[in-house]
Ligand binder design. Sequence first.
Ligand code: HEC
Length: 126
Amino acid sequence: MKKTMTHTALIALPLALVLTGCGQPSNVSFKQDVLPIISKHCVECHLPGGAGHEASGFLVESHASLMKGTKFGPVIVPGDSLSSSLYRLVAGEVDASIRMPHGKDPLSQQEIAMIETWITQGAQNN
Ligand code: HEC
């Protein structure tokens, strides 16, 4: 019995390290990790005068404007990525016609994971 448990621990520990190492980013920074993704994929349409801003009121110029959301309300629920329409739109959990960015290549799995983790960790302005 004792022998089996030691074995499990020896296998489980490196596995856990590998999973945290290349799966979910461990500590996400808004300024260093999230903002560059938004700048790359969203500013084109979600700055003042852009098509996405005109249509939805959603601005990506600052942490405050991201948290404010659209003219209908927030698109980020801190701590709950699945309830956050921003996450669902970029993760492709919606119909392709409304996925973000509109009509462009989707975000990479890594970028999507970064946004997911940032929201799960409280969508902080860090
Ligand atoms: C090519 C232009 C374009 C790009 C790039 C773009 N959007 Fe949009 N976005 C739109 C348009 C147009 C709308 C309004 C129509 C709609 O909701 O589909 C919109 C609406 C939205 C909404 C509001 C949806 C709702 O439920 O009302 C969110 C949130 C959003 N975009 C997030 C993003 C994010 C995050 C990115 C970057 C990953 C992004 N968009 C990139 C054009 C764009």
